[in-house]
Design a protein around this ligand. Sequence first.
Ligand code: NAD
Ligand code: LMR
Length: 325
Amino acid sequence: MKTPVKIAVTGAAGQISYSLLFRIASGELFGNDQPVILQLLEIPQALDNLQGIVMELEDCAYPLLDSISTSDEPNIAFQDVDYAFLIGARPRGPGMQRSDLIGTNAQIFAEQGQALNRVAHRNVKVLVCGNPANSNCMVTIANAPDIDPANFSAMTRLDHNRAVGMLARQCGVSASDVKHITVWGNHSNTQYPDLFHAKVKGQAATRLIDEHWMSDTFVPTIQNRGAEIIKIRGLSSAASAANAAIDHMKTWKNGTPHGDWVSMAVPSDGSYGITKGLVFSYPVTCQNGNYAIVQDLEINKFSLEMLKTSEAELLDEKKQVKNLL
Ligand code: NAD
Ligand code: LMR
């Protein structure tokens, strides 16, 4: 048997975790020969509820679930972890923007960055999901100076999956026929789901869809999908978010399929003229546990304006968290 991998999940009693934990414990993320140790973090008031979830995990009798620990102390939950899913944060309600959460949530990520820096494995891979995810990720990185910034990313895979699904439905094909979708920028309503490089069954998507459908329907629908779900469901997306978190980590660990890329929000190295250090969603390929930003894509005037709008929003968010950086 392999040595178990240690996985921290914060906000472990929340909605997203209720879908995520069972999928990790079943072996779906790390494979059916890889035991896992779950190190779960919650706030003190949620620990009782979390105990009920631990009981449910135990009742699944997952062969690969080595052990589970719970804590309200990041220094304990992050001890030696190889992977960290930073989900614990307040979700937005109807009528709110994700950036309205910055005042409440960013501080959580400063503290958790410091704890990761103190006790996590030096190669820990960290996925920030709690909103506003890009800026929270930037705060986490700034507070973990001894861990390589390339080990941190924020989740735009849900937006990516939404874009793949919507284009596939429009073209009447399977999601697996859609390649080279990119979501650029912030996980907010300035994000830019870009179809200019997308392929459907090997053909340029722009040859199959109407340009007005792209700019007037596709782009705003993806940008506002999270808010629409909150309006209709009364709660923010949870199972689809957990699914995207699994997809994100799985791709990061195992690599992108040949001939395709995914969207990940990662610290900018200046690619495509974006300010260095902002956590910006890019098209990336992954190999051997590392990601690389896809270079040299042609960016037309429409796309450039969209990228710059999202960058400007992230610069504004950066000002709001400057005391945590
Ligand atoms: P939820 O309210 O159901 O669960 C959040 C949990 O986090 C709660 O149990 C809460 O007690 C816990 N928590 C709060 N502060 C904590 C802290 N300091 N340490 C540990 N745990 C803490 O919310 P949810 O629906 O699971 O969503 C969680 C976050 O993920 C929200 O910020 C939401 O907006 C965000 N989200 C992001 C994406 C994305 O695509 N990036 C998608 C969906 C949701
Ligand atoms: C989403 O995209 O569904 C999440 O970020 C939740 C939200 O606030 O929209």
